[in-house]
Design a protein around this ligand. Structure first.
Ligand code: HEM
Length: 485
């Protein structure tokens, strides 16, 4: 089966294209998935793709087993019960609830795939999006060849996880051609597309004789307990709005923290991730951050030169992007403050200013997490702990400052958790002299019976004052460790 054919049929699993609009930072709906997709190894590498480094990765799991085949099969079985007319079913991670069905026989593929993806779930990376991303990455891994660029299918985000099992209807091998054709019609595919999908989907992985002895004989082989034998050779549910295609962002700020200091100053630290253009040597590169003060009547803030980090972020997949990182820090009086910044990149005397679509990279300074006064911890099997202190701008006169923490909770019959929000009032605990800010604190201590390791986050809100402020998605990052007691 040719790679191009595999590409053309698997793109059918991707949603319809619509015109793209330019990305502006931050996009809290997609930034984390962009990092999971493109930051593969090295500095802040997310390692999702480590398990589909090549099409064959996973062979060590058992004879004939490969992660790419299991991930693609999981994606297909999750979406196969789609009914394009009613808009029910589709890629929604309902496979988590449907693993015991006859139509989903497969000891390894579904449970192990979902458990692996679980580590990458967050309030902004649903299991359904991760299943789709897994299929996209598997196709890239399985189309790596010495003389051609591998295939990078367009990936969009925004799928919502189901909270219960979906309809039956995944095609089974014992069914006749008419029922297969009907089932693919329901999923939105005609018979030519059905043949392409089944044939190309089955150019990866194989059948295990333990579960399907009617297709391949079960063997008594201790080195192949599954009796695995290799093969010869869009839709989302109604009401789900997918994002733009997630492409690697050329220049992206990350890890921004602002600390309020004694003496009425504030210190910002942060990283700038810059995509490496292989044709452009960057040894002589300089990067400058130009801050715009929040208070226009105050003097200009001098440009801040950033320092290149020694480690880059690279990729296992050829032609996937690599990034270099630059770190910066500066301190200004809190009365001057920060509103936004632009990034100037100078290569051999040639300067390019990155202004995030014109308005600069915005800095939110109404509710500022104080990481040096906060802590967080996930004690596996025991507790999720967060003790958060936030500097709150006094002039906004909020009546109500809240901390919202999505905690992964167990769903009966699924290995996929759902997030349940814990909403806490933040209490004023002090005034920061000469800054115009006060400190607010809240503590979360959740000790569930069943724990999951996901990417933990929180949100902040300030209401009932001069204007409402929402900070939707902040990672548990850059804080000390909360002690367990
Ligand atoms: C009439 C429709 C289909 C039927 C009846 C069917 C049936 C099967 C069966 C019986 C297996 C062996 C599973 C095992 O031994 O664990 C299998 C494996 C697989 N199927 Fe399908 N399938 C269908 C359509 C598709 C489609 C459309 C795709 C993807 C686009 C797909 C992707 C795969 C993959 C990648 C594997 C290998 C899994 C592995 O090696 O772990 N299948 N399929």
């Amino acid at each position: 089966m040719s790679y191009l054919k595999l590409f053309s049929v698997l793109t059918l699993l991707a949603p319809l294209l619509w015109p793209t609009s330019a990305y502006t930072w931050p996009n809290t709906d997609t930034d984390i998935l962009e990092a999971i997709y493109y930051q593969q190894i090295g500095y802040d590498g997310r390692r999702f793709s480590a398990f589909v480094r090549t099409c064959e990765t996973g062979n060590n799991l058992g004879p004939g087993r490969t992660n790419s085949a299991e991930w693609i099969r999981t994606a297909y079985h999750d979406m196969a019960t789609a009914d394009v007319e009613t808009g029910i079913g589709g890629m929604d991670a309902s496979i988590g609830f449907e693993r015991s069905r006859q139509e989903n026989v497969g000891f390894h593929a579904f449970t192990e795939t979902l458990l692996f993806f679980g580590d990458f779930m967050s309030a902004r990376s649903s299991m359904a999006d991760l299943i789709a991303l897994g299929a996209v990455m598997s196709v890239t891994a399985c189309t790596i060849s010495p003389n051609r660029k591998p295939l990078f299918l367009p990936f969009r985000a925004g799928r919502v996880d189901a909270t219960e099992a979906g309809p039956f209807g995944t095609p089974e091998p014992h069914q006749d051609l008419t029922s297969h054709t009907r089932s693919f019609e329901k999923q939105g595919f005609n018979s030519t597309e059905m043949i392409g999908l089944v044939a190309c989907g089955h150019s990866l992985g194989g059948v295990n004789g333990r579960d399907f002895p009617e297709i391949v004989p079960a063997k008594n082989d201790s080195t192949n307990v599954d009796s695995k034998q290799a093969f010869d050779t869009n839709t989302v549910p109604k009401g789900v709005q997918l994002s733009e295609v997630i492409t690697p962002i050329p220049l992206k700020p990350d890890n921004l923290f602002i600390a309020m200091n004694d003496g009425g100053n504030m210190t910002i630290t942060g990283d700038i991730r810059i995509r490496i253009d292989d044709n452009l040597p960057t040894d002589s590169r300089q990067v400058f951050i130009h801050f715009k003060p929040r208070s226009p009547s105050t003097p200009a803030i001098p440009p801040v030169e950033a320092t290149r980090l020694s480690e880059n972020t690279t990729a296992w997949h050829p032609y996937a992007p690599s990034f270099e990182w630059w770190n910066f820090t500066t301190t200004v009086p809190a009365s001057q403050g920060f509103e936004s910044f632009t990034v100037e990149v100078v290569d051999d005397g040639q300067s390019t200013v990155h202004a995030n679509g014109g308005g600069g990279f915005p800095l939110q300074t109404d509710l500022i997490p104080q990481n040096h006064l906060s802590c967080s911890s996930v004690y596996l099997g025991r507790a999720y702990l967060l003790n958060l202190t936030v500097a709150v701008r006094d002039e906004l006169n909020f009546q109500d400052v809240k901390l919202t923490v999505p905690i992964p909770v167990r769903q009966a019959e699924s290995v996929v958790p759902r997030f349940e929000s814990h909403v806490l009032d933040m209490e004023k605990t002090g005034v920061l002299a000469d800054t115009g800010y006060s400190l607010y604190t809240a503590s979360l201590d959740v000790r569930p019976e069943h724990m999951y390791v996901t990417i933990m986050s929180y949100g902040l809100s300030g209401r009932g004052g001069a204007r409402d402020v929402e900070v939707p998605f902040v990672l548990w990052k850059g804080m000390g460790t909360c002690p367990y007691s």
